[in-house]
Design a protein around this ligand. Structure first.
Ligand SMILES: Cc1ncc(COP(=O)(O)O)c(C=O)c1O
Length: 367
């Protein structure tokens, strides 16, 4: 610090290209909104969480793990990788875990792309993808969604160049809820060169009910396919930050090499192990979410006819320029949704009462 009274030019200590990068937008705090509106509580339908609380046994497992938090966690994540391997029928050396599957997506880019290499994905899709690409030095190649708001896999295959190192297929797609089907995914995978890694991001796999939408793990024996899963959504562990991938051993090992050391915390490992023992309850909760998804979609289509069918735990309202105003109108009625300016609004499926509150807000904004 100088004391000359002269104005110092602002020092640039960080990368200039970050200025152009959008921030990841977390869902707004319902407590803040409730305070602002003078309501006892507000409803958050903005982050694709499942509304039924932690699964039985999770809180106890995390509390027990807390007694050991003066020690580092198991960096090999041995017990959890073993449990995941058994559940999904793959070898543990094909699994890597991370601080949410979003971190694993980043690690995969780090493991495949050098600066200037290309990462292909559909757009609009998960808002973290462009941020991950840019911060990893990879070049984003965004292929516009098709007219039905889903991936145009033929155009994505055509976008591959000799600089392409990785392709993200978000299935079902966040935020539009659309899903690619088996025949088109087969064709796409056959068309992609063997030395390009195709990452099938299945954060919402547990909510898929269309039998034609393939389980990405059925492709996991292809050498250039990796499947991303999360325990944040159906498994109710969003706050613990735990996701995993299944890939060929060499890819999984590369990811484990670039992962931030010890980033799968002791609490996350313990909570995930407890959650995996509750598969029946997960299925029951997903069925509730799916029934509500269908009810909400049908009701919304009376207001916005082109709401696409969703295979996830959220629905998409393609409102274009009305998106932001619609989001504000919902907030004014105590319901937080997720608008994407100029494009549409994503609304997470909540409890029946929460969904009713949202539908009432939507009716008053659009009816
Ligand atoms: C498509 C998709 N992938 C990955 C994630 C990341 O989930 P997490 O990091 O909580 O595992 C999300 C979360 O919203 C998502 O929508």
């Amino acid at each position: 610090m100088t004391d000359t009274g002269r104005q110092q030019p602002a020092l640039r200590l960080t990368r200039a290209d970050l200025d152009a990068l959008p921030n990841y937008v977390p869902g707004r705090s319902p407590a803040d909104l409730a305070r602002e509106l003078g309501l006892p509580e507000a409803i958050k339908l903005a982050s694709n969480e499942v509304p039924y609380g932690p699964l039985p046994g999770v809180v106890e497992a995390v509390a027990e793990a807390a007694a050991g938090v003066h020690r580092y966690p198991d960096m090999g994540v041995v017990a959890l990788r073993q449990a995941l391997a058994e559940r999904y029928g793959v070898d543990p050396d094909r699994i890597a875990t991370g601080c949410g599957s979003v971190a694993l997506a980043e690690h995969l880019v780090r493991a495949t792309c050098l600066p200037g290499d290309e990462l292909v994905y559909s757009w609009r899709s998960f808002e973290a993808y462009p941020i991950i690409a840019a911060t990893s030095g990879a070049t984003s190649v965004q292929v516009p969604n098709d007219a039905g708001h889903g991936h145009d896999l033929a155009a994505m295959a055509a976008a591959v160049t000799d600089r392409t190192r990785m392709i993200l297929v978000c299935n079902p797609n966040n935020p539009t809820g659309t899903a690619v089907r088996r025949a088109e995914l087969d064709r796409f995978l056959d068309a992609v060169p063997d030395d390009v890694l195709v990452v099938i991001d299945e954060a919402y796999r547990e909510f898929v009910t269309d039998p034609e939408v393939p389980d990405g793990l059925s492709y996991a024996d292809r050498p250039n396919v990796a499947v991303l899963r999360t325990l944040s959504k159906a498994w109710g562990l969003a706050g613990l930050r735990i996701g995993f991938l299944v890939a060929q051993p060499q890819v999984a090992a590369a990811v484990r090499k670039v992962v931030t050391p010890f980033s799968t915390s002791m609490a996350a490992q313990a909570g995930a192990l407890a959650a995996l023992a509750q598969a029946d309850e997960v299925q029951r909760r997903c069925a509730l979410v799916v029934a509500e998804r269908e009810r909400v979609t049908e009701a919304l289509r009376k207001l916005v006819p082109d709401v696409p069918a969703s295979q996830a735990n959220f629905v998409w309202l393609p409102l274009g320029d009305r998106a932001v105003d619609f989001g504000k109108a919902c907030e004014a009625r105590g319901v937080i949704v997720r608008p994407f300016a100029g494009d549409g609004v994503r609304v997470t499926i909540g409890t029946p009462a929460e969904n009713d509150a949202f539908l009432a807000a939507a009716e008053s904004a659009l009816g």
